[in-house]
Design a binder for this molecule. Structure first.
Ligand SMILES: [Cu+2]
Length: 164
């Protein structure tokens, strides 16, 4: 049952991902309404990397981030994503190393705005967060070595919403 649900969520996420890939600025503006903004992020096959390292979206009070671990099923490579407060990536990565990459210990770190669970290959999760203002919000994978040694990180550039 859970597997089936995960599968459906994965398929839906892929659909959103494809749609997002084709979307132009106008679509992004449309999404900036009261319903909030959605962002899709995934990994690059079995690489320890996100598919995007720089993402620009308009500001909204509610941002929904859907993350898909695209690693091949047999690979057993776990990934997750944590969105951090602007300017906090170095402090956070140090705290992460000190925690021994322990998700339970790090999950209450003040730098984290939102974080997914550790996701198995093929799994996805949508999370919501509420940025207080436009800015450059770092995102990282907290699996051991992924962000700090292998560079699995990026930046979400939340711009002022268009007034049009
Ligand atoms: Cu990772």
């Amino acid at each position: 049952m859970l597997n089936k649900t995960l599968k459906i969520v994965s398929i839906l996420s892929l659909f959103i991902l494809n749609k997002q890939g084709l979307s132009k600025d106008k679509d992004k503006e449309r999404l900036a309404g009261k319903s909030g903004v959605t962002v899709s992020l995934s990994t690059k096959g079995n690489d320890i990397a996100f598919d995007q390292t720089s993402i620009q979206i308009p500001f909204a009070e509610n941002i929904t981030l859907t993350f898909v671990n695209q690693a091949l099923k047999g690979s057993e490579i776990l990934h997750n994503v944590a969105v951090l407060k602007p300017g906090s990536v170095d402090t956070f990565l140090k705290a992460l190393q000190l925690s021994g990459y322990d998700l339970d210990k790090i999950k209450n770190d003040p730098s984290i705005l939102v974080m997914t669970e550790a996701l198995a290959p093929g799994a996805s999760q949508s999370v919501q967060f509420h940025p207080s203002e436009p800015g450059f919000y770092p995102f990282v994978c907290v699996m051991p070595g992924h962000a700090d040694m292998l560079g699995m990180k990026g930046t979400l550039n939340i711009t002022k919403a268009s007034k049009k």
